[in-house]
Design a protein around this ligand. Sequence first.
Ligand SMILES: [Cu+2]
Length: 124
Amino acid sequence: MMARSLFALVCLTSAASGWAQKAELTFGVSGLCGMCENRIEAAYDQKGIVAADYDLDTHTLHVVYRAKKWDEERLHKLATAVGHDTDKFKASDEVYANIHGCCKYREHASCPSHDHDHDHDHEH
Ligand SMILES: [Cu+2]
């Protein structure tokens, strides 16, 4: 007849052990548009990463991760692996060459969604 309260106690203690140590890191990542934002955030869809939020206005990425699984350097390198420079590491030219034309932040490209200037003339 006392079984019910015993179960409740077991549930409480197992919930408490689910709190692994989380750490947070915010660092600069180069990016231009919504496509960049999606590409960057998708790169952080990894085991042990709880949340990743890229802010296009400030060009910073905020990551919440499990401290046991990730460290700062490896987190930076997730961004460089998809072609985006961070404030500590550079993406390789090879990877950078493969990102979409409007995302070439090093050349200050601009995405068509920002302005509808399709007929923009290049200098001859
Ligand atoms: Cu982009």
